[in-house]
Design a protein around this ligand. Structure first.
Ligand code: ZN
Length: 167
């Protein structure tokens, strides 16, 4: 890339360092013309296309902020939020696209949030899916209950087979 000081069209890498979590690499560069040094940061591109059509870089912080409000008064810690934001990022990155729709982010949040806290999930879903009546809440709660019962039945079945004496 061009030198930011003198606009010389080339630069030499003098040092490379990968960040602790491995998600980015910093390069210390030197301009062969003016000899000044500067740093570049390289990350895998992931940007969010907003409803307005504008794009912005994906931010875990923004995910955590968006979910924090739905978690008010719930037993959800900052660590839980950070982990949820990380899961969302992993889901979106694994989809392989460099640009994601804001709507897909909401979808990617719903799954891990439901595992984290069902009340926070319902609050978030009510805003995200624009619930406008009690019926919408009832329908969402019915789905949660049915899935929980299914899970309970599956657990019971797994438990029963595990308890079966070996012959
Ligand atoms: Zn220069």
């Amino acid at each position: 890339m061009h030198c930011p000081f003198c606009r010389h069209t080339d630069s030499r890498v003098v040092d490379s360092r990968t960040s602790d979590d491995g998600s980015s690499i910093r390069r210390r560069r030197q301009c062969p013309s003016c000899h000044r040094r500067f740093t570049t940061v390289e990350t895998a591109s992931l940007s969010v296309v907003k409803r307005s059509g504008a794009t912005e870089p994906f931010s875990r912080e923004k995910i955590a902020n968006g979910v924090r409000k739905a978690c008010q008064g719930r037993p959800v810690s900052e660590d839980d939020l950070a982990l949820l934001a990380q899961k969302v990022e992993e889901t979106l990155r694994s989809a392989g696209s460099a640009e994601i729709d804001a709507y897909e982010i909401g979808l990617a949040i719903l799954g891990p949030l439901r595992e984290l806290d069902e009340v926070a999930y319902l609050r978030f879903a009510s805003v995200y899916q624009a619930f406008d009546s009690l019926d919408d809440f009832e329908a969402a709660i019915t789905v949660l209950r049915a899935e929980r019962e299914q899970q309970g039945a599956a657990d019971a079945a797994a438990g029963a087979s595990a308890d079966e004496p070996a012959r």
